[in-house]
Design a protein around this ligand. Structure first.
Ligand SMILES: Nc1ncnc2c1ncn2[C@@H]1O[C@H](COP(=O)(O)OP(=O)(O)O)[C@@H](O)[C@H]1O
Ligand SMILES: CC(=O)N[C@@H](CCC(=O)OP(=O)(O)O)C(=O)O
Length: 264
């Protein structure tokens, strides 16, 4: 199986993604890579919850998920956001297929803390056999972050952690978080390369906050496996259209530890 590239599209940027982004995904495919899209949809869930007058709160970046919140999140993520991405890829000629993590038990999860967070799950198993079958049939899977537990209960899953779990299970070559900023910023400057250790420090001192926290935590967790680097970049960037020109990458590269080359 050729190299898997997991691209996580943040809800902050999905509605802003242009044809160039979707063409880039097709370019990856044409260059012989196997793109997998995992997406979020936080702002769209917020909007729908407001319309339905359902209260929502966040605990450490995770949405406390009651029955009503779960129903709404599933509707928005698996309906609206997932189909929007599937359609945009199809418009570029891709054979994209939309799934949620509960379809085919693709993303098995366990509750993080039901009392504190309700139906919020953390990934414990990824059905990589199913994903591989789709890749072999040349589909681009587009995966919504809803998980299922061993009793069949559905869960809301942070999309960054879903993407990291899928990248690890698929032995991905690359994991790219596409968001609405160029990467990790410190004093308004883009950090080109950061290590897991530096990230812990930046969370402590408040440089990294809010929605960037689940992203960097998911990145650090996935770096404990074979993956060597995780990228955070802007949905409006041009990297993805240049799969063979890594020197053109623009964003933050998160690495396990500072390599000698990086320090020079
Ligand atoms: N150090 C940082 N550098 C850049 N963005 C940061 C940083 N710390 C927090 N953020 C915030 O993280 C946001 C991206 O996370 P989030 O809104 O959850 O995006 P997504 O929906 O793409 O997952 C940025 O828009 C920014 O407000
Ligand atoms: C548990 C939890 O917080 N789930 C997220 C799922 C969507 C998501 O992660 O979307 P972004 O990538 O846009 O942040 C939520 O309900 O907002």
């Amino acid at each position: 199986m050729s190299e898997v590239v997991v691209v996580k599209c943040g809800g902050s940027t999905i509605s802003e993604l242009t044809d160039t982004f979707f063409e880039s995904i097709m370019s990856l495919k044409l260059a012989g890579k196997q793109p997998i899209i995992v997406h979020g949809g936080g702002p769209a869930i917020n909007e729908m919850l407001t319309q339905l007058k359902i209260k929502t709160t966040f605990v450490e970046g995770l949405r406390k998920t009651t029955d009503a919140v779960l129903e709404t999140a599933e509707m928005v993520l698996c309906g609206k956001m997932n189909k929007q991405l599937v359609r945009s890829l199809q418009e570029q000629g891709a054979d994209s297929i939309g799934l949620s993590g509960s379809d085919g038990r693709l993303l098995v999860v366990k509750a993080i803390d039901e009392e504190k967070l309700g139906y919020v799950g953390e990934p414990v198993y990824v059905n990589s056999v199913l994903i591989n079958e789709l890749l072999q049939k040349s589909y681009i899977p587009v995966i919504a972050p809803i998980g299922i537990d061993d009793k069949g209960q559905h869960f809301n899953v942070n999309a960054d952690s879903a993407a990291a779990a899928i990248a690890s299970a698929m032995d991905a070559e690359e994991l790219v978080f596409v968001t609405d900023v160029d990467g990790i910023l410190k004093d308004n400057q883009l950090l080109d390369v950061v290590t897991s250790e530096e990230i812990e420090h930046y969370i402590q001192d408040g440089t990294i906050y809010g929605g960037m926290i689940p992203k960097v935590k998911a990145a650090i967790k996935s770096l404990t496996g074979p993956l060597n680097a995780v990228w955070i970049m802007n949905g409006k960037g041009s990297y993805l259209s240049q799969p063979n020109s890594k020197q053109l990458l623009y964003g933050t590269k998160i690495v396990k530890k500072q390599t000698v080359t990086n320090m020079l």
